[in-house]
Design a protein around this ligand. Sequence first.
Ligand code: GDD
Ligand code: MN
Length: 390
Amino acid sequence: MGGQDVTDSRNAPEASDMTIHDSANPMRPSLSIIVPTYEEADSLPPLFARIGDLHDSGLSLEVIVVDDDSRDGTEQAMRNLALPWARLITRRGQRGLSSAVLTGLRAARGDTMIVMDADLSHPPEAIPAMVAALDQGADFVVGSRYVPGGSTEDGWGVLRWINSKVATVMARPFTTVKDCMSGFLGFRADAWQRAVDLDPVGYKIGLELIVKCQCRNVVEVPIHFSTRQHGESKLTLKVQIQYLDHVLRLLRWKHPKWSSFVPFALIGLSGIGVYAGLLAIFGALLDGLLSTDLQVILAIALTIGWNFLWDRWLAFWYARGDSIWRQFIGFMAVCAVPVAINYFVTTWLVDDRMIAPAAGAIGALIGSAAGVVFNWFVARAIVFRRRSSS
Ligand code: GDD
Ligand code: MN
């Protein structure tokens, strides 16, 4: 029964890389449960036994398993279960928990969405309480380990625990939700469609949705988080690095000006060190070969290059797609202003005040301070422009 391949037009952009094993149940359920899987074949029978209890108790639901072509018997397991309210979507050539969840959400037909892991870490029995919280006015619900009544099964190694804590603390600037790392989520169908700029990198689709759907009333329903019985965790080092990238993206999304200016100022500060270091090196190595003026010019040019490359990468990340040469010429023109200030302050101090030894440093300092603010504004406005769409 079931298992015939049906191409679903709702997924047109992806349709060529995936198969929907649709049991063609004509009834529209009120609840859609999305379960992303990668190599979870052994967990599916016990998972569906427990969700089946909810179904049998009268909850109108469908389950959408989104599998990234595990080839571990997942398709066979779903065929054996032959549940008219369960669908399997097999994605090919694409991996990733968050994007799998979005694929599932796009195919879902219910008014209410629940997202959960396949490995039974998330108890299906908590779903009615999560749905009830939504019915009572919550915009978003999270199955939470960190509210009273919630817990985590013993046996988490120190490392995994520290890992989870550090990740949670890093998300604090974006949300006050205690268990914002949870992948056990609930919301109404329109909430994720309302979310702006969804950028599903890595694991933390919950954090992404909480931050970007502008949900105000997030409710945490306590759960007991169980240790998986079958298979292995997919939380690899790569996934953890993706999380750092995710946090950076959220920071840039939420505070675009500060996350541009702060790296810009720090890079500017590093430029002072580079400039002083180069002058010292040139003084020691090139003294007979290059005049002092040329040494200064060379040091300035290299420092501008240093600042340009770092700024382009870290402070003006959004303009990396634009022509680097056009940007470099613009950047040099912008830099000419603080360089000139630097030069005049230095010579003025040398000529009129006779405090030559400190003059270089003072000139550099005043030039840099004025330069950082000026340069940032002008560079942003002229050299590294934001394209209107992003
Ligand atoms: N389709 C798809 N593609 N599914 C995936 C992928 C992928 O690339 N990677 C993982 N999954 C599925 C797994 O099969 C499982 O059902 C679920 O996503 C969670 O993966 P685990 O490997 O079990 O994650 P975990 O136990 O380390 O992380 C859990 O705890 C976190 C909080 O500490 C998950 O619940 C996370 O959602 C949660 O944030
Ligand atoms: Mn797990």
